[in-house]
Write a protein that binds this ligand. Structure first.
Ligand code: ZN
Length: 87
């Protein structure tokens, strides 16, 4: 789970009440799963490569994509939570 700062360093907004926990990973799994499976199926149909090509392509995409997407999506979820619930 990503931990968030207890409060905003600029305005002091309390983030503890806004923590969305592991909610962002659901979006990451859905997005990356859809992208990776679609690309893997198309790659298999168009090129029919050996299995190791799929491993080389999709494992880095999914792992790297999760690392890149998790923080922005968690920040977006916290912002949505603040906008809709906390005000
Ligand atoms: Zn702030």
């Amino acid at each position: 789970m990503l931990t968030i700062a207890p409060r905003c360093s600029k305005c002091g907004l309390d983030f503890a009440a806004l923590d969305t926990g592991d909610g962002a990973i659901a979006f990451v799994v859905l997005i990356l799963g859809a992208v990776a499976v679609t690309l893997a199926i198309l790659t298999e149909i168009w090129f029919a490569p050996p299995f190791w090509v799929h491993v080389l392509l999709w494992v880095p995409l999914v792992v790297g994509g999760a690392i890149l997407l998790l923080r922005p999506l968690k920040a977006w979820l916290i912002a949505q939570h603040y906008r809709r619930v906390a005000t």
